[in-house]
Design a protein around this ligand. Structure first.
Ligand code: GLU
Length: 479
């Protein structure tokens, strides 16, 4: 679960949703659609705001919650559910709209949605959280706001596979006999219809996306950087599910993690931090601070202002804004969270020549693997079940033939590697890697097509708007 708190966007004169609309408008002028279509793409199609009572101890608490379906141009709608005291209708609308563009960008055939419950999950026992979650699920069921072909939630800030398992169980008990009911939600535990690789998917997608950018020599030259991830200095803000896995994949692949930040503070060491040891330290002491040999920042956000090549904000929205963007030293910012940069920050960073890899692309790994989980639920079969053994037999006979022809034998380790047929997790990783690479180049092409006159976010928006607008035209809604 994510744990870094957001800095409010107080300097802005517009809300989070209006910020997304501003970014949309900036890109829309480069597309061919008439104003009516653009307005329809931008608008939130259905907003469900609810209040329900839950008995907590010997008191009744009235819980405020939301589910927003931003776009019905493809069904089901898709997007996580967050538990946070910052939840409000505007935030859920903004996040739902980002889901629409995100799904379009990575060609996941869903409309965007988001849900939220305004609670601090740390203030509740597990039993109380289960009660709140199940009640929220039944509210969604009553109003037809959840279902494998309607709207399919997933984890987000403050929720995880445990909450998803309560929701799917509530769904199955209220809708008995529905053959595809497991597909009503994703991010489930593997034992309850989840898919292997979903937990780390967002963090892994961030890694694949940044790695792809760092592979393009021309772009790296322009930034005065070498190609490849190895040796790059990285700061990750947020050590929740997304940030932790991103940091881990960068670290495992040879990047130097120079800074890590959590809500209680941050640490920095230009020689590098061992991600596993930092997490262990935080588990044992309850804080990231006090880690041996590192410079400490009691104001967590200051960690992001330290020297590095790549900065990954991976917690909540608006953490880089008009007041601190000028102090950022990274050359590349990879948006792991949804909306971590305000439009003011975008302008300041663009002037400084810092490249921002936008959220709607970079953190799309989660929803991409959710799509795979949903496909698994609808097909009622684990990926790899039909073909793993067949592939291994094929590889075995090919290897035999080559060994007979050459008279040479491979080592046992090589044999094991060559004869390995795809498991579910191999296929999920492969599908995710392919998605992140293909989509990166789609955005890059759009960026080049606009003569680099805009930033990558605007380029990504144009790709997304073209796909959603194209889908509306196919539906024939706008003759
Ligand atoms: N909450 C994640 C996101 O913001 C995942 C959504 C999903 O898997 O549906 O992209």
């Amino acid at each position: 679960m994510e744990t870094v708190t957001a800095k409010s966007n107080q300097e802005a004169h517009y809300s989070f949703f209006q910020g997304v609309e501003r970014n949309f408008d900036k890109a829309a002028q480069y597309t061919r659609f008439e104003p009516g279509i653009l307005q329809q793409i931008k608008a939130c199609n259905s907003v469900y705001s609810m209040k329900f009572p839950v008995r907590i101890g010997n008191q009744i608490e009235v819980i405020e919650a939301y589910r927003v379906q931003h776009s019905h141009h493809r069904l089901p709608c898709k997007g996580g559910i967050r538990y946070s005291m910052d939840v409000n209708q505007d935030e859920v609308m903004a996040l739902a709209s980002l889901m629409t563009y995100k799904c379009a960008l990575v060609s996941v055939p869903f409309g965007g949605a988001k849900g939220g419950i305004k609670i601090n999950p740390k203030n509740y026992s597990v039993g109380d959280l289960e009660k709140i979650t199940r009640r929220y699920a039944s509210e969604l069921i009553k109003k037809n706001f959840i279902g494998p072909g309607i709207d399919v939630p997933a984890p987000d800030y403050g929720t995880g596979s445990r909450e998803m398992s309560w929701i799917v169980d509530t769904y199955i008990s209220m809708k008995p006999g529905e053959v595809d009911s497991l597909g009503c939600i994703t991010g489930k535990p593997v034992s309850q219809g989840g898919v292997r690789g979903r937990t780390e998917a967002t963090g892994l997608g961030i890694f694949y996306g940044v790695r792809e950018m760092c592979r393009v020599k021309e772009d790296m030259d322009a930034l005065g950087m070498t190609t490849g991830i190895e040796g790059k200095k990285v700061i990750v803000q947020g050590l929740g599910n997304v940030g932790y896995h991103a940091a881990k994949f960068f670290y495992d692949n040879g990047a130097i993690i120079v800074g890590l930040a959590e809500w209680e503070g941050g640490i920095y060491n230009e020689k590098g931090l061992d991600v596993y040891k930092v997490v262990e330290h935080r588990k044992n002491t309850g804080s990231i601070l006090g880690y041996p040999g590192a410079t400490e920042f009691k104001v967590s956000a200051e960690t992001m202002e330290q020297p590095c090549d790549i900065l990954i904000p991976a917690a909540l929205e608006n953490v880089i804004n008009g007041s601190n963007a000028g102090r950022i030293k990274a050359k590349i910012i990879g948006e792991g969270a949804n909306g971590p940069l305000t439009p003011e920050a975008d302008e300041i960073l663009a002037k400084k020549g810092i490249i921002v890899i936008p959220d709607m692309y970079l953190n799309a790994g989660g929803v991409t693997v959710s799509y795979f989980e949903w496909l698994k639920n609808l097909s009622h079969v684990r990926f790899g079940r039909m073909d793993k053994r067949f592939a291994e037999n094929q590889y075995g006979s090919m290897l035999h033939t080559f060994e007979d022809m050459t008279g040479k034998r491979v080592t046992d380790a090589e044999r094991k590697m060559l004869l390995h047929g795809p498991d579910e997790v191999d296929l999920v990783y492969s599908g995710l890697e392919d998605t992140m690479i293909t989509s990166y180049h789609e955005i890059r092409e759009a960026f080049l097509g606009l003569n680099k006159a805009v930033d990558m976010r605007t380029a990504a928006f144009t790709v997304a708007i073209n796909k959603v607008g194209g889908a509306y035209e196919e539906l024939g809604i706008f003759p």
